[in-house]
Structure formats: structure tokens, C-alpha cells
Design a protein around this ligand. Structure first.
Ligand code: MN
Ligand code: MN
Length: 391
């Protein structure tokens, strides 16, 4: 349908305002509309021609997640309940004020974390009673195996905000084993017997769980060190951003899996940075679903799901993307700033298969019989064994 003169003027005036029009297909919206939301998702509003079929949703924004507010911080989660296509891992975005504590707790899933901003002190003990404490900052990770008790506390000057990943898509950060919750549900005489002290020692324990609460900012790490039965042999933290990245023309990649961060037995991750115009090349993963967290910039991703099905999604800071097991995809920087995101996998190792390498490393005559492309198309294919960001 051709645009009317008035629509053409409006389109020209708001050239950044996307319309559900692609070539001769589509028309303007004349009914109720949400322009800011449509502008965030131009490839949903006017999908590329190749999009087809009935595909599950693979995008969620933490901005749409319920906020759990407490004195000392907040938490919000993106689980299989918010994003049903992501069943292998769940994510939590959490903020702690200086001194704010995510209380001592444990849970049935393993916890991997990436510090987004600020600093925190983390503590844990392992099953041998060996103690761990560390201070973590932007770009640092931690990993607490399932069942291992731990805590997180914001440090000065402005506390911290981080992303938690759990190796179970149905996990809930509300369903954790909390120190205060357990003690509130244990008879006082049992507590007294357990610690060999009078019942009155427990007169002031909280009557209900704390989850997040405000506490004084802790002193220096050295002064807070407890060795327990000894220092934990497996460090539960890792400096991911400090890793030397793999540098390519279009961007950088840092990969952290159990080969580098020994404790992280069930979560592997890549931190990807893509220059404007660059693209994480067409590929898929032979070992797990992909769960993405967008840190900055603007992206689009088309997911290919076989049987004629493909769908394109847009992403920005605070968004989550999911790619079910083995589905083909690319991630393109469609903005004017660096695109930065995390790829997270429920696996002990990172792995991907590159479309370009597959074709370049297959007998050319066989490829030509399929696609009728010149051999020169495959002449620039990278032989690296790591993920490729095309420039
Ligand atoms: Mn936890
Ligand atoms: Mn991928």
C-alpha cells in the first residue's frame, strides 16, 4: 500500500519512527499504539522478509520483571515463567546499597554471577568447612555450587548491581534457604541445644526472613578474613573482564568456562563486544541453549528454528535473549555505540559451530551443488577455533 501525502510527510518528519511497512507490504497504524515500545522493536514491527512461522518469544526485558524491594536493595528475575523459551537457566538482576546484604543462604541450583557496577564482598564455606571471602568489582564473576551457603554485601561508595544466573530455568530467587527463615522455624530449645547455650541467647533473632537488609558497611577484607577449617581450595571468584580478550576486526570476545574458572562446573559464558556495524557471525551451539544479557548498545538477532521458521528480535541494555538448543542465529550491532552482551550456557565448556567454517571446510563442489556460490565467497573465512565477530 502506498503512503498518503500526509503519511509521507509524517514519515519524513519522524524518520526515526518505525512503521509496519516494508516495501509494498504493510500499512500505517491508525488505532491505539505504543510508539516508544514499537521504536524499541523495529524488527518486530516490520520483520525482515525471511521471518516466517510460529515461533516462541525469545526476548524479555528486566524492565518488565516484578521488583522485590527491601531496605538495602532490590531484586528482579527473568525465569522460565517470564521467558518460557529459556528452560535451562534463570537470571536475577540485583542491587545492594553500601552495607546492604543479600542474607546468608543456599539453594538447590548453582549460582553464577557477573558484577555489572560497583563492589561487593562475597562469603561462602564449602562442604569441608573451608572458608572463602573476596571483594569483587565490575566484570568479576563468582560461582557457588548448588547447596553451598553464601552471602553478598554491597561496599562503598555506592554498593553494587549484578546479574545472577542459576542452572535451572524454573529457579526462583524467592525460593532460597535463608538463615533467618530456618531459625524462625526451629524451636528455641533446639537452637539452645544445638549451640550449647541458654535459650535466651536467641531472644533477638528475626521473626521472619530478611532476604535483603541494611547493615553497616564492613571493614577491610583483610580484617574480615575467617579461615574456618582452612581456606577453600577452589576459588569461587574470577576476574572475567581482566582476561585478555580475543580481538577481531569487528569486536572482542572473552570466554570463561571451567577450563579457566575451575569452580564453574555448570555455567560457561562469553562476554562479547561488537563495534557499530559489526556482527557476531551466523553460528549455533552444539552443547546447550544460549541465554543472553545485554549490557549496552542495540542489537538485532534472527533465530532460525528449522521447518521454515525464523524470527527476528531487537535488544537493548537490560534485555534478555534466548536461543533454544542448536538453533542458528547471528547478533548484529544496529546502533552507533559498542554492543556489549553476555552469552551464558548451562555447560562446563563453551562451544559453537560457525556456518562460514562449515562451508569453507567442506568440499567446494559439494557446497556449490547446494548454493551455487563462487569459491571466492569462502576465501575470507577465519580458521580460528574461537567465536568470530565480523567487522
Ligand atoms: Mn544465592
Ligand atoms: Mn550464540
Amino acid at each position: 500500500m502506498a503512503l498518503s501525502k500526509a503519511e509521507e510527510r509524517e514519515h519524513a518528519e519522524f524518520s526515526n519512527k518505525p512503521l509496519p511497512i516494508s516495501g509494498k507490504r504493510g500499512a500505517t497504524i491508525i488505532g491505539p499504539t505504543n510508539p516508544s515500545r514499537e521504536a524499541e522493536n523495529p524488527d518486530t514491527l516490520a520483520p525482515p522478509r525471511g521471518d516466517h512461522g510460529t515461533m516462541a518469544n525469545m526476548r524479555w526485558s528486566f524492565a518488565d520483571s516484578h521488583m522485590h524491594l527491601e531496605e538495602g536493595g532490590w531484586g528482579r528475575q527473568t525465569t522460565a515463567r517470564e521467558l518460557p523459551s529459556a528452560t535451562e537457566v534463570a537470571g536475577v538482576n540485583m542491587r545492594l546499597t553500601p552495607g546492604g546484604v543479600r542474607e546468608l543462604h543456599w539453594h538447590s541450583a548453582a549460582e553464577w554471577a557477573y558484577m555489572l557496577k560497583g563492589r561487593a564482598r562475597i562469603t561462602a564455606i564449602d562442604q569441608d568447612g573451608q572458608a572463602f571471602q573476596d571483594d569483587v568489582g565490575e566484570g568479576d564473576l563468582w560461582y557457588f555450587p548448588a547447596g553451598i551457603p553464601h552471602s553478598i554485601q554491597g561496599l562503598e561508595p555506592d554498593g553494587c548491581e549484578f546479574l545472577l544466573i542459576f542452572d535451572d530455568g524454573n529457579f526462583s530467587e524467592e525460593a532460597t534457604f535463608l538463615l533467618s527463615d530456618w531459625l524462625a522455624h526451629t524451636p528455641k530449645e533446639v537452637l539452645a541445644k544445638n549451640f550449647g547455650v541458654p535459650e535466651s541467647a536467641f531472644d533477638r533473632i528475626p521473626e521472619k526472613d530478611l532476604w535483603i537488609f541494611q547493615a553497616p558497611v564492613p571493614g577491610p577484607l583483610a580484617a574480615d578474613r575467617v579461615v574456618g577449617a582452612g581456606p577453600a581450595p577452589n576459588t569461587f571468584s574470577h576476574r572475567m573482564l581482566a582476561q585478555e580478550p580475543i580481538r577481531m576486526k569487528g569486536g572482542t570476545v572473552r570466554i570463561t568456562d571451567s577450563s579457566l574458572f575451575k569452580a564453574s562446573k555448570t555455567i560457561a559464558a562469553a562476554l562479547v563486544e561488537i563495534e557499530p556495524g559489526g556482527m557476531r557471525e551466523l553460528h549455533w551451539h552444539p552443547n546447550a541453549d544460549e541465554w543472553q544479557y545485554y549490557i549496552s548498545g542495540q542489537a538485532r538477532m534472527t533465530v532460525f528454528a528449522a521447518e521454515n521458521n525464523a524470527r527476528t528480535f531487537n535488544f537493548q541494555a537490560g534485555d534478555v535473549g534466548s536461543v533454544p538448543f542448536a538453533m542458528g542465529h547471528y547478533i548484529e550491532n544496529i546502533g552507533t555505540t559498542i554492543l556489549r552482551f553476555l552469552e551464558v550456557f548451562r555447560s562446563d565448556h563453551y562451544a559453537d559451530v560457525s556456518l562460514a567454517q562449515w562451508l569453507a571446510f567442506t568440499p567446494y563442489e559439494l557446497v556449490r551443488a547446494h548454493l551455487h556460490i563462487d569459491q571466492s565467497v569462502l576465501s575470507k573465512v577465519s580458521t580460528r577455533k574461537t567465536p568470530v565477530v565480523a567487522g
